[in-house]
Design a protein around this ligand. Sequence first.
Ligand code: CAA
Length: 258
Amino acid sequence: MEFITYEVEGQIGIITINRPKALNALNSAVLDELDKTLDAVDQEAIRCLILTGAGEKSFVAGADIGEMSTLTKAEGEAFGKKGNDVFRKLETFPIPVIAAVNGFALGGGCEISMSCDIRICSENAVFGQPEVGLGITPGFGGTQRLARIVGTGKAKEMIYGARNIKAEEAYRIGLVNNVYPTEELMPAAKKLASTIARNAPIAVRNCKRAINEGLQVDMDQAIVIEEKLFGNCFETYDQKEGMTAFLEKRKVEAFLNK
Ligand code: CAA
């Protein structure tokens, strides 16, 4: 891998987009490597992923403008699909993903963070969808996910105006869950990941599916999705251990993801 590093710390996997010369901008090679990295994650052992960018200045400064500058209409559409496919894989990845946004999260950078389950950021983070200033629309899910996360009016204001926002505003509008001093961002991401990793993995994964899939359908269908995923937890070792530990007034010995 040239542009992605993947490290494992216990039950946490850390994916770092590492193309500092271009502020970690996403070209085709980065997207391909990210796709392969996700395919290689050990889904038995890993219980939470963290996605971040190399350096302290930029998370991801967007899709690669140089690569996009000469695309035809058909190639532009294909490039959008390439990004969307990888980001959708991330969004529907069975294991929760925390975006640790350490600086610029513009265009494709804001979009990849929105494909993660939870976003936290450093005080110097900047979010935005500046695409209309480049003569294009957001193309890796920004027109869809931003409105779903912060509401239609705020999303349209940001996207139509190509208006970037700082960390505090991102927090105020619910785009990020928390803001940290730069040096505290990764420790906070790891602490959050560890908290998630301590819980029963099948249950956590079923919660992710229930929330994500339920949001796409009406409430009558959504509660059926929940019922199936709720039922799916029963008869697992982890359900038995979790409930037996409670009834025996002791701590859970270990959740085994089975
Ligand atoms: N694509 C390609 N290269 C990029 C890049 C991008 N998105 N963002 C930054 N870079 C490169 C710069 O060209 C520069 O390279 P050189 O040193 O070779 O000139 C290097 O990274 C450092 O960037 P700057 O000198 O511009 O750094 P700065 O601190 O002055 O500014 C910045 C930082 C405000 C983030 C500025 O780089 C910037 O505005 N970048 C572009 C942000 C953007 O518009 N992103 C959206 C892209 S479109 C998109 O993402 C479409 C989509 O939805 C799929």
